[in-house]
Design a protein around this ligand. Sequence first.
Ligand SMILES: [Zn+2]
Ligand SMILES: [Zn+2]
Length: 734
Amino acid sequence: MTIARVALDVPLPRLFDYSFDPTWNVEPGARVLVPFGPRRRVGVVVALARETDIPSDKIRAALGLLADTAPLSREWLALAEFCSQYYQRPLGEVIQSALPPRLKRAEPLRAAPSAWTLTAAGRDALAAATAARPSLKRTLLWHLAYADACPHEILMTLGTRAAAALRALHGEGLIASATALPTTHRFVDERTLSAAQTSALAAITASLDRFAAFVLFGVTGSGKTEVYLHAIDRTLAAGKQALVLVPEINLTPQLAAEFGARFPGVPIGVLHSNLAANERARTWIDAQSGNLRIILGTRMAVFAPLARLGLIVVDEEHDASFKQQDGVRYSARDLAVVRAQRLAIPVVLGSATPALETYANAQAGRYRLLSLPERVRAGAALPRVELVDMRKEIEMHGISARLAEAVRERIARQEQSLLFLNRRGYAPVLACGACGWVSDCSRCAAHLVVHYAPARAPRGARHGLLRCHHCGLEAPAPRHCPSCGNVDLVPFGRGTQRLEDAVQSLFPEARVLRIDSDTTRARGSWDRMRADIDAGAVDVLIGTQILAKGHDFPRLTLVGVLNADAALMAADYRAPERLFAQLQQVAGRAGRADLRGEVLVQTRYPEAALYQSLVRHDYEGFAARQLQERTEAGFPPAAAEAVVRAEARTPQAALALLRQALQLAPADHAEVTLFDPVPMSLSRLSGWERAHVLVQSPSRRALQAFLSVWIARLYDMRVAADARWHVDVDPLEF
Ligand SMILES: [Zn+2]
Ligand SMILES: [Zn+2]
C-alpha cells in the first residue's frame, strides 16, 4: 500500500496518513482532497510512505489529486519544515497559511497555461522515440508537433491523466507554455553608478552562485534601489528569478511601476494580502512555473514558490512588519536568509538603519556590510538636523515659535513642510476634570482615542467619535461625563487631527493635507493625495509613520518632528531602536532634489544620546551604544528569546494556564532562563486577559532544543474552552 502523509490546516503538530489510488501520479508537494471527520479538506502531501501506524481497515482513502497546480518543490517543503521547527508551529499550519486561500479549495482554478507548444528538445525526443506502445505523453507530443501551439483544453481531452502528463512533459523541458515569455530580457540602464554603488554591486554579483548575506547600508537617497535593479538584471541574465520583499502594501504598486519601467516586457508579479483571491493564486502559479521573473511582495511573498530563484532582496529590512504577529509568527527577513542559504544564492538586506540583530551579524562577520555613504544626486546633501529645546521655547498648540517660523518661510518660498506626529485621531483620551473619569476601552487595557467623524462634527466641535486603536471598538463621544454628569469633558493630548486644526489656525492661508491611515483607507485616496503633493497643491503635510516610508517629495524641504520623547521613556528595550529608525527615515524625506533639507526635532531632552546621534547622522555610534546596553542587560541579539502567551477571561486564569505550562517544562535547562508568568504590557485585548512567560538563553541552539521538547508537551496540555495559548519565537511584543 502506498501512503501519503498529508499536512492539513489543524492546530495539531502531526501529519495525517491517507491511502491513494496507485495510478495517480502523487508526488510530495501535491495538493490532495481528503476526508477529515465528516468534512473534506484540501491538504498538501509532505511525504510518501510504505507503512503507517493506522490499521489497514481504518485508513481512509484520499478523494482526489488536485492537478491544477504543480507539486510544491522539495526546496519549498524544506523551507516550510524549517519554519515549523524554528517557530514551533505545526507543519500543516505553516503550509496552509503560506498557500493562497484560493488553493485551499478543491474547485480547480483555471490558471493552467492557455496553450502549449513543442520545444526543440521535444521535437528531438519525438524523432528519437521508438517505443512500440504509444504512451499518453507521446500522443500529446504528436499532437503538438502538428501545430505551433495547441490549447490546453483540447489536450486535456486526450486522456484522463493529461494534466499530469503535460506537467511531466513541461518538467522535462519537452513542451513550453505557448504564452511563456522569452528568457532574454531588457534592462534600462541610463544612470551612472557611484563608486560605492559599483563596488556594492560587484560584491553581490561575485556571489550570484553561492550563499552570501549582504547588508546594504545607505541613507535615504543613497541609491539602494539602483543597486537592487542592477543585481536583479544580472540574476535575470543568468536565467533566474528574483524575489523582492518590501514592508508596505502601499509601496508595492509604486515599486512595481518603477521595476516595470526598468525591465520593459519582463513579467513581474506582485504578492500581498490585498489581492483578490484568484489573482493571488494565479501569481503564485505563474511564479512557480517560472513565467514570472520578478516577484515583489510583502512578508508573505517569502513563501512564493520559485523554481529558479537566484536572488532575494529585503528592502527596509529593519521594519517590524516583516514579523508576522498572529498565527505562524515568522520573520520574513530571517526566513529569507535561511532560504538563500539553502539555495546557495545571495540575499541583500537593505536599510538606512539596519535592525540591531542584522548589524550585529555584520559586525560578527556573518553578514557582509556594503556601505553607500552619501546621497547620489549631485548637491543633495544630508538634511541639517536641529534639536528644538521645548523647555525654552514659546509654543502654540504644541508648535514651537522656531518651527512655526520655519514653516512660514517654506510657505513663502512655495516649498513644502511635513509635520510628523505618530499618533492619529484628535486626542489620545477624553477626560473629566471634575471626577477623573477617562475614556477607557471596555475590551482592552487602553484608552479610547477621540476622533472626529469628519462628516458629522464641524471643525472645533468637542464631540465626535471614540475609537479603540487596538480592537476597533467605536462609540459616539459622550456629551457629558458618564460618571458625574459634568458637561465639560476635555480631549487630552494631541493627535494628527488636532494638529491639522492647529496648523490651519496658525497659517490660515496654507493648504494643509493630513495623511494617516484614517485618510488613506479608501481605495485610490493615497494616489490622489500623492498627485496633489507632486503638483504643489499642498503647503503643509501632516502625517504619521506611513509618510516616513519610501515616498519621494521633491518640493519637501522641512520636516518638523513633534512629540517623539515618549518613546525615549518606554519600557520596551526596542523602543529607542524603533524611534531612531523612524526619525532617520522621516528626516530622509527632507531635501532630496536640489534643495537642502532641514529637520527640526522638538524635544524636552535635547541632550539625549539618541538625539545627538540623529543630529550627526551617526547610526553606527547609536547602534554601538545600543548593542553595548543590550549585551549588558542580556537582551537580543546577545540572547535568544521566546514567549509563551496565554489568553483567558480573567487575569488569574491566564496566569494559571502559564503555571500549568511551566509544570511541563523540561527539568534540565541549564542554559535556559524561564521567567515568572506576568501580565503583558497591553494586559487586556478584545476582552482577552493576556499574560506571558519569557524564555531566554544566550544560546539559540539551547533555546531551540528546550522549546522543541516543551512546546510538544504543551500541545497535549488540557486547556479550558475559554482559554488559549501560543508560542512566539523572537517576539517583538511583550
Ligand atoms: Zn466626571
Ligand atoms: Zn479595545
